[in-house]
Design a binder for this molecule. Sequence first.
Ligand code: FES
Length: 119
Amino acid sequence: MPKVTVEGMGSFEVTPGKRLLSALLENGVDMLHRCGGNAKCTTCRVSFLRGEPTMRTEAELQRLTDKQEDLGLRLSCQISCEADMELRTLLRFSESGLDDPGPEPLPTIQPEPVWIKRE
Ligand code: FES
């Protein structure tokens, strides 16, 4: 089972193929997800310390700006947990001052993923 480690929050195991955003939410990491996990808002972004997946969805590539990509940011709603990973969260609901974190995301990656390998 892949192990997800969140800086400052600890580790948990997830079912292989689990959507990273869902894994974080189910394990008490109060990620923002203002578009409901549809690759439209970028509030679910994370940065990887280790184990960054090389596969990206076309939707993620279209949404992130060049600057965000240069900074190594990724959208947790567009990542499938296939191996151990260590990451840092960037926008948490409890620190946002917003009234709600966003609509409940579906358990599967949306929109239907078109996978692109990017080293
Ligand atoms: S939740 Fe909006 S881009 Fe991921």
